[in-house]
Design a protein around this ligand. Structure first.
Ligand SMILES: C[S@@+](CC[C@H](N)C(=O)[O-])C[C@H]1O[C@@H](n2cnc3c(N)ncnc32)[C@H](O)[C@@H]1O
Length: 306
């Protein structure tokens, strides 16, 4: 009972998960089902899904960020026997399930991108407006950081990275400015890099809706964490991990991510492996976008396995 009350009235300090109602509608978690949240974060979606799985279902929460996982553990403590939390990359899903003795699952959710925890903590280096180290690792056990990319990649490779992952129009100018700046001294902090980027773009781009460094930071974050690689790998495992009637729901925030999901879903549908439940991606309501600007670019796509 306490668990149910908790889900109805989340503690005010937790951020609302993006498109919570739409995720539940697409995922249709039912009593007894086994659902994987591959990007558990601080458990925002998890805490909404869990009451629907009671009394004997199970949520397997996967998260590569130790800090987020610990917060989620506290938040989901009331559901204890129904929750299994794993610190891993979701790209390892088949192995994770094998280790847990779970042949297939009824639901899978991915809510891509970074969590508010990562952005809010200056020392994690995700935010251009908070002075911190150029880190950006979701999994702090891994070696590669944003600092290594910014200081060691050749100008052409850096420009290509900013162009593809950041969709940055001024990629070449920014890459050249970074290389010039690092000849003076190694770039080690977020605000140092943000300044270099802001000075590299034309003045008109300096005062737009987005901060001039938004796309550069996005590209670096996606590269450091190989976000597209993980997504592509997971999409390749979908058929093997979903049970018949099982659903996968993916929330993307970037056109390259959305393209990967869209194509994987369409190609599986052509091969009669599943049905696409979202002809067009579902978008957040204007009310949600007004309340939570992070939801602005969210696109939800879902499939049901045959
Ligand atoms: C947008 S947040 C999820 C927020 C969560 N749905 C909530 O409501 O609290 C995305 C989370 O996924 C994690 N993540 C991203 N890629 C991952 C991967 N390949 N494997 C495991 N976790 C990943 C990030 O560390 C981050 O905490």
């Amino acid at each position: 009972m306490r668990a149910i009350l908790m889900s109805e009235a989340p503690a005010p300090q937790w951020h609302q998960p993006v498109m919570g109602a739409e995720v539940l509608q697409a995922l249709t978690p039912r009593p007894g089902a086994i659902v994987v949240d591959g990007t558990l974060g601080m458990g925002g979606h998890g805490v909404m899904i869990l009451p629907r799985l009671l009394p004997n279902g199970r949520l397997v929460g996967i998260e590569r960020d130790q800090d987020a996982l610990e917060l989620a553990r506290k938040r989901l403590a009331d559901f204890e026997p129904q929750v299994t939390l794993i610190r891993e990359n979701y790209r390892q899903l088949p192995t994770i399930l094998q280790d847990l003795g779970i042949p297939r699952v009824d639901g899978l959710l991915l809510d891509l991108g970074m969590s508010s925890l990562q952005v809010d903590r200056a020392e994690r280096g995700f935010s251009f407006s908070r002075e911190g180290p150029l880190d950006m690792r979701m999994d702090r056990g891994q070696e590669a950081t944003a600092e290594a990319i910014v200081n060691e990649l050749a100008a052409d490779d850096l420009a290509r990275l900013l162009e593809t992952l950041g969709e940055e129009r001024f990629a070449r100018r920014i890459a050249r400015a970074i290389v010039r700046a690092r000849e003076d001294r190694r770039l080690t902090t977020t605000t140092q890099l943000a300044r270099v980027v802001a000075e590299a773009v034309p003045p008109t781009a300096r005062h737009g809706r987005l901060h001039a460094a938004t796309r550069t930071f996005q590209a670096l974050r996606m590269a450091v964490n190989d976000e597209l690689g993980a997504l592509e790998t997971l999409l390749g495992h979908l058929d093997a991990v979903l049970s018949s009637g099982g659903r996968a729901v993916v929330l993307t925030f970037h056109s390259l991510e959305d393209r990967l999901v869209k194509h994987a879903f369409l190609s599986g549908a052509r091969e009669h492996r599943w049905t696409v439940l979202t002809k067009k991606p579902v978008r957040p309501s204007p009310v949600e976008v007004a309340r939570n600007p992070r939801a602005r670019s969210a696109k939800l796509r879902a499939i049901e396995k045959r």
